[in-house]
Write a protein that binds this ligand. Structure first.
Ligand code: SF4
Ligand code: SF4
Length: 83
């Protein structure tokens, strides 16, 4: 699964700095996650770092991007150029 930032985001910029895949950027109103770059931190960490660090718990699973561990690992390898 990729993750999604809800409109509860307070634009604190913490998650952008913690993301190992550069999947998070400042959007028009709140920070946004690029689902093509979010591996749920698979390949880097045991747990999603954005969720770990978000002070207001506003990051959820993107219901439109449900992906299993194999798909997330394949995405990670693609991002690393290791396909
Ligand atoms: Fe980045 Fe990991 Fe959060 Fe996905 S789960 S946006 S890869 S920090
Ligand atoms: Fe928004 Fe949470 Fe990221 Fe801060 S850490 S910018 S509140 S999603």
């Amino acid at each position: 699964m990729a993750l999604l930032i809800t409109d509860q985001c307070i634009n604190c910029d913490v998650c952008e700095q913690e993301c190992p895949n550069q999947a998070i950027t400042q959007g028009d109103e709140i920070f946004v996650i690029d689902p093509d770059r979010c591996t749920e931190c698979v390949g880097h960490y045991d747990r999603p770092q954005c969720i770990e660090h978000c002070p207001v718990d506003c990051i959820i699973v993107n219901p439109e991007r449900v992906e299993g561990p194999d798909a997330l690992l394949a995405k990670y390898r693609g991002l690393m150029g290791r396909l």
